[in-house]
Design a protein around this ligand. Structure first.
Ligand code: SF4
Length: 720
């Protein structure tokens, strides 16, 4: 048999590493990094290299399933679409379109057509019940910038920075960093090259991580105290006159009020809160202010911790204070390949608040919260706060969610308050999952659609388009035809919309009851007017850089706004942070919920090598001193108690954290109602049982605290 080699890119996560695939007719024989790709330099991670097993392993779902008294049974997908459309039609007729909801989880983001098509489908249906994982793990950085303001030409990129301040982000494991952070594209190499150029990297993290070990300065902060650290840095920078005075005078408002708000955060006070030496805080502040180029960014850690709205506001303020933006006449490295051309101007943009209430749906649980808006490729996109979805399902009355489509997500392991999430899933009239595996949530679903995997579908690097350090893109055509009854995520929506008679509009293209578009046609509508035509990318396999599409920043126009240091809500955010309820002394430890490099949230545990590396549980990792003082042995069972609940875990010594801090990987564990104690060594424990989703929620986003959780630990006596 002849082996042919084709180019593609991995879609296991959003780093989209380029790969070469060896095919024997229609069978994938091997995958390897595309070493000829200059952007990635041959980088892949251990997860992506399991692609062949992922495609052919017996655990993969390859047909549509329907729940029956005997369990889940195979059903033809067209039959399932007919049945579901009939049930949705009845629900909509009786309860209105809001009763039908979507939750787009991690894998919804890996199919380049899913988000745009499912959002358009909801628009056609008239249902605001549209949710994504953005509002469950990092809404503040996406939305809070609308109150501070955005700079038209964007912030400095990593590769032309002199200094980077990185809070709670470890792209060597998460393969994620917002623009300005260490690129998830070959992060080890990018960081090494930057430091060789003389760039200084300041890591702020309660753990010693792959990134912090290589950083020039590591502030091993007490979990949940990022806002205190930032406030102290801002105070010092203003007081020592290290900020960009000219930029602030020209482009910002509210500096005096911000300075007044950070007055309590002296170095000594911040040192007490953060448990970082005052001298180290001062050194970090001066090093960052010295720049002259480089930005502060956060990962998921500070977002899931205490005071994320304030933390993100202070991060944005620190960048503005130091004027860390591209200015008129400078070259902005990447305006996006798949975006339509347009000027990038050296000015603050006037943008409406993401949570403006005008004509937006409100939450039935907390009317102060409602649809949040962000800018998508085709204009504003709205979504409801995911943290309230369980309650939107369980609360009776008009607008109650009765049917839910879960796309590549696993609410039963990922939503705060796992017991409530379970009640919610069981309360639905109709639960549909699109998942390649029998996930915890799929186990309770009425229907499960099996999705096409990476090599079975076309895709383009749409999600990462603005994250690259230079204009870059790759289109990958489907390389393998499949006989399985598998569908793309967006096709589920097309099939249901077709049967419900919806006129779905993507860009200016209508997808009504006519023939289903091809993936390429759909992606062409989503990227209409792009700097590089999609046809060219499709016809030229492999990844490509387009340095000719860098743009020179233009002069401001008449609509220039001001970046806001003290917009609405910041006074309340400071008050909340400084008047925190005194800690209950019983809860003497802080639990950080983190990721493993061997699984992506709840995915990857059935792959042989990843399972071997990761093990079958997410241990409770404690500092050796805490192990000793609590009388714990390696691998003994412990109970972790929070003010909301208790979970059982397996204790392990871990010296990359300080005493008083413990860490566990999130999105593990069995279903609620199953005997968690018996299964902890087999499935791990779910940290979301320690969290109430309606306690300690943030304004605007409804986000609850899912990390830096106050807990205490007891040894669990095992039955004789
Ligand atoms: S980093 Fe992400 S995209 Fe790259 S190989 Fe790993 S899983 Fe695949």
């Amino acid at each position: 048999m002849t082996i042919t080699t084709q180019k593609t890119f991995c879609r296991y996560c959003h780093a989209y590493c380029p790969m070469e695939v060896d095919l024997e007719e229609n069978t994938v024989k091997a995958v390897r990094p595309d070493v000829n790709n200059s952007m990635y330099g041959g980088y892949t991670c251990i997860k992506g290299r399991q692609l062949v097993e992922q495609m052919y392993q017996p655990e993969r779902l390859t047909s549509t399933l329907k729940k029956s008294a005997a369990g889940h049974e195979t059903i033809d997908s067209q039959q399932a679409f007919d049945e579901i459309a009939q049930q949705l039609g009845a629900i909509i007729a009786e309860h209105g379109p809001r009763a039908v909801a979507t939750y787009n989880g991690t894998y919804a983001f890996q199919n380049s057509a899913q988000l745009a098509y499912s959002r358009a489908w909801h628009n056609a249906l008239g249902s605001p019940s549209y949710y994504t994982s953005v509002t469950i793990d990092q809404p503040a950085k996406v939305f809070v910038g609308t109150r501070h303001g955005y700079w038209g030409a964007g912030g400095h990129f990593f590769e032309d920075s002199d200094v980077s301040l990185i809070l709670g982000n470890n792209p060597m494991v998460s393969q994620y960093a917002p623009p300005g952070g260490v690129p998830s594209v070959s992060p080890f190499e990018r960081m090494r090259d930057a430091q060789k150029r003389g760039q200084k990297i300041i890591a702020v993290d309660p753990r010693v991580t792959e990134l912090s070990r290589r950083a020039d300065l590591h502030l091993q902060i007490q979990p949940g105290q990022d806002s205190a650290l930032l406030a102290a840095m801002i105070r010092l920078i203003i007081d020592e006159g290290l900020h960009d005075i000219e930029f602030c005078a020209a482009h910002t408002e509210g500096l005096d009020e911000l300075r007044a708000s950070v007055e309590p955060y002296t170095l000594e006070h911040a040192a007490k809160l953060t448990q970082v030496a005052a001298a180290d805080i001062a050194e970090a502040a001066r090093l960052f202010a010295q720049g002259p180029r480089g930005v502060a960014i956060t990962g998921t850690g500070p977002e899931m911790s205490e005071n994320p709205n304030l933390t993100q506001h202070l991060v944005a303020s620190l960048n503005s204070l130091c004027g860390r933006y591209y200015r008129e006449g400078e070259t902005m490295p990447n305006p996006g390949v798949l975006a339509a051309p347009g000027p990038r101007r050296a000015q603050a943009l006037n943008v409406p608040l993401a949570w403006s209430v005008e004509e937006r749906a409100r939450s039935r649980i907390n009317p102060e919260l409602g649809e949040l808006t962000t800018m998508g490729m085709m204009g504003p996109v709205t979504e409801m706060p995911t943290n309230l979805l369980s309650d939107e399902i369980l609360t009776p009355g008009e607008g109650k969610v009765r049917a839910l489509i879960v796309v590549g997500g696993n609410p039963l392991l990922a939503f705060p308050n796992q017991e409530k999430a379970m009640q919610a899933m069981q309360d639905l009239d109709l639960l549909i999952c699109i998942d390649a595996y029998m996930s915890a949530t799929a186990q309770v679903a009425d229907y499960i659609f099996a999705p096409k995997l990476t090599l079975e579908r076309d895709d383009v690097t749409l999600l990462a388009d603005p994250w690259y350090e230079e204009p870059y893109s790759q289109y990958a055509e489907a390389l393998v035809a499949t006989d399985h009854d598998v569908v793309e995520e967006w096709e589920v929506y097309w099939e249901l919309g077709h049967r419900l008679g919806l006129d779905v509009v993507v860009g200016n293209r209508h997808y009504d009851n006519a023939e289903k578009p091809s993936k390429f046609e759909l992606l062409s509508a989503i990227t209409a007017g792009s700097r590089v035509p999609l046809e060219w990318l499709r016809d030229n396999p492999g990844g490509h850089s387009f340095p000719e599409h860098k743009v020179v920043v233009e002069a401001p126009d008449q609509d220039a706004g001001k970046l806001q240091f003290f917009p609405e809500g910041v006074a309340e955010d400071f008050a909340r942070a400084t008047q925190a309820v005194p800690a209950d002394e019983r809860f003497n430890l802080r639990l950080i919920c983190s990721r493993s490099k061997y699984v992506l949230n709840s995915s990857g545990r059935s792959l042989t090598l990843l399972k071997k590396k990761m093990g079958s549980t997410n241990p409770v990792q404690l500092h050796p001193d805490d192990m000793a003082s609590l009388g714990l042995d390696e691998d003994c069972l412990v109970e972790v108690h929070s003010s909301h609940g208790t979970i059982t875990g397996v204790a392990r010594a871990y010296d990359r954290i300080k005493p008083g801090v413990i860490t566990m990987h999130h999105s593990w564990g069995p279903l609620p109602g199953e005997n968690a104690d018996d299964k902890v060594r087999e499935f791990g424990a779910n940290t979301n049982r320690l969290i109430d989703n309606l306690t300690n929620t943030q304004r605007y986003t409804g986000m609850t605290q899912q990390s830096a959780i106050p807990v205490y630990i007891t040894r669990k006596e095992q039955a004789a």
